[in-house]
Write a protein that binds this ligand. Sequence first.
Ligand code: COA
Length: 261
Amino acid sequence: MVYENLLIEREDNVAIVTINRPKVLNALNGATVCELGEAFSELAADPEARAVVLTGAGGKAFAAGADISEFNDLVSAREATNFGLRGQGVLNHIESLPKPVIAAINGFALGGGCELAMACDIRLAADTARLGQPEINLGIIPGYGGTQRLARLVGRGAAKLLCMSGDPIDAAEALRIGLVDRVVPATDLLDEAKQLARRLAGKAPVALASIKQAINVGLEGSLAEGLAYEAAQFGLVFDTEDRVEGVTAFQEKRKPVWQGR
Ligand code: COA
């Protein structure tokens, strides 16, 4: 598919998805959200894409939120609800992609941009990044999962502080509260993200997907349910050719060659 608002590049087994609306700080208009859904569907179906980096064009923003210029088109509560559900659906899709997705947060990640980053598996932030949920300043609330994923990531108090104040935080504070996983100099961000993605792309694909799913599913239920799920996944992964290859390669003191089955 041809994308108007995204750039999709490939470097070996790593796909780099760049939101490409730098003039409006990569604001997520409806078309861009739709394209993200399409792009991640294509990547889900592509066995050669084993890890994904998601970032924003222009050096100033990852994404500065939903595109506010489209808000006046939402003329009823029902339309606004559907708007939220469409965005949530795309972010759920990214969160459940059976391969790792790394957000390279290269500047503002506000509102929908912060929510998009939170749907990724791992967040690397430039030391210049600023993150937040400023919707309150528009008289609205986060609608792409912000109240839910943020509270799960950073806890109730910090989530309420961010959503209720609308104040953005810098990368160091985001690291401190667990909103991002690593902070690197802005000039190194993309290279670091690609390097991490390459490392993950070199791991056994079925096991990678299984780890992602077990952590995601497990965190939504009780410990007992999570442990049962992990045991079932452990069984499935143990049954793969890659498990035989991984153990054999260890014993033969060589690098494993994964087949993804
Ligand atoms: N939706 C639509 N357009 C946006 C946008 C958004 N979420 N965020 C930024 N833009 C546009 C601006 O309108 C501006 O367009 P213009 O040049 O045609 O006026 C352009 O991007 C550059 O933004 P600008 O505000 O001039 O940059 P800045 O460096 O002064 O400020 C921000 C950066 C991020 C602090 C500021 O743009 C902002 O507050 N954006 C909105 C953030 C937000 O509320 N997000 C949640 C939406 S629910």
